[in-house]
Design a protein around this ligand. Structure first.
Ligand code: PLP
Length: 417
């Protein structure tokens, strides 16, 4: 089948705008009339620098990211190792910042050991990815330093599908002990999205699956990261937006020897945010093609948002809401056949997870087969939870969602008895 005849709803890697891929196929052969392809040019060439700068500037405009050398500024970093690499990077970094701050205070030197015992990393576990991140943190610094502020499964028969109310959260008592407060803004597997950012000291967010789908209050966060392969671009780069407050020279990083003394991990240099920031993401070879793709996707978003309107990403948010709203209304309107997995209060606009006839394996198979027959692809739920998952990322067109909604109505009408 041709690309045009397929509507693809995969969860990641995910669809990209066709015009970006058409242009990509040209620059792979010959970038900017240089006679050399984009994946062949040096990551330190002027062309590569221009690509890097364009992508950073576009992201700053889209998300209104403060630019300044002062503590209120943020750096935009490109890393490799995926979202999973950042699960580790955030731990190495935030622990080092926390211990660095303690060590820098002369009067705190005594009793440092006791203070380190009280170190806590606060995790909000609302789905499979924040669970994985918390498990990685426990592996790196030891389970005794991890505080699970909330585990959503405990509120819903052992399954994810809710952001539990704040009055049920157990935060670490003293904020001084908290190196980071971690949450995953959109849980790709479970279809759970935070309606708005939680608060907490040293807030870090995984936005891998809803990046660039709505405005973000950057200033509330110490750091935000996301793999590019869903809303932003191709697999291969991870974007981190990091506050200057937690980077040198505004933050004193702990000496590796001090971290080791207390049994805390020292991370690999390729995940080290200060090193990546100091080298403008060019510490080691950066896949510039992926940065270019992300820049093209961002430029399209900028072109569709009127200049002067802030935040520039508001248009995309409206479209995401509209597409998700259409799908949820079909699901709710045929509740005898379809059952949305997460609670209404935490439904994701990006990953719409549901069961057909209570999870009847034969009926769900028939749903997927019928959909494929119509060119509606990539709808199978994550292997760990089953069911159906519609990924409604930015590049999924309204017309594709309309076609899917029509199929879903037809399927429900046939099966409603
Ligand atoms: N975080 C979220 C929310 C994800 O959806 C994923 C992957 O799907 C990851 C992290 C892990 O990303 P990666 O596979 O790039 O390591």
């Amino acid at each position: 089948p041709s690309r045009d005849s397929i509507s693809y709803f995969g969860a990641g890697p995910a669809p990209l705008p066709t015009p970006v891929l058409e242009e990509a196929s040209k620059v792979l052969l010959n970038y900017n009339d240089s006679g050399i392809g984009i994946t062949e040019i040096s990551h330190r060439s002027p062309e590569a620098n221009a690509i890097l700068a364009h992508t950073q500037t576009s992201l700053r405009k889209l998300l209104d990211i403060p630019e300044s050398d002062g503590p209120e500024g943020y750096q935009i970093l490109f890393l490799q190792g995926g979202g999973s690499g950042e699960f580790s990077a955030v731990v190495y970094h935030m622990v080092s910042v926390w211990l660095g701050a303690l060590a820098a205070k002369k009067q705190e030197q005594q009793g440092l050991e006791e203070k380190v015992e009280r170190l806590r990393l606060d995790y909000l576990v609302t789905g499979s990815w924040s669970l994985k991140a918390s498990q990685e943190a426990a592996r790196l610094v030891g389970p005794s330093h991890i505080n699970i502020v909330t585990d959503a499964r405990k509120h819903r028969d052992g399954k994810f599908g809710l952001v539990p109310p704040q009055d049920t959260w157990t935060r670490t008592k003293s904020e001084d002990d908290v190196a980071l407060t971690y949450y995953c803004d959109n849980e790709t597997v479970d279809g759970v999205e935070f309606p708005s950012a939680p608060s907490g000291p040293n807030l870090v967010a995984d936005m891998s699956s809803n990046f660039l789908s709505r405005p973000v209050d950057i200033r509330r966060h110490a750091a935000i990261f996301g793999g590019a392969q869903k809303n932003v671009g191709t697999t291969g780069i991870t974007i981190a937006i990091v506050s200057n407050r937690i980077l040198p020279p505004h933050a004193a990083m702990a000496d590796p020897a001090l971290l080791r003394k207390f049994g805390l991990s020292v991370g690999p240099i390729v995940l080290d945010w200060p090193t990546i920031a100091k080298n403008n993401s060019l510490y080691n070879t950066l896949p510039i093609f992926d940065v270019w793709i992300a820049g093209q996707v961002m430029q399209r978003l900028l072109d569709q948002s009127p200049a002067g309107k802030s935040p520039r990403i508001a248009e995309q948010e409206a479209e995401s809401d509209r597409k998700a709203g259409m799908l949820y209304s079909v699901l709710d309107g045929h509740s005898g056949v379809y059952g949305v997995v997460p609670d209404k209060s935490a439904r994701s606009r990006m990953n719409i997870c549901f069961r057909v006839k209570g999870g009847d394996a034969e009926v769900e198979k028939a749903f997927l087969k019928g959909a494929e027959g119509e060119g509606l692809m990539g709808l199978k739920g994550h292997r760990s939870v089953g069911g159906i998952r519609i990924s409604n990322y930015n590049a999924v067109k309204l017309s594709a969602v309309e076609k899917l909604a029509k199929y879903m109505v037809g399927f429900a009408e046939e099966r409603k008895a």
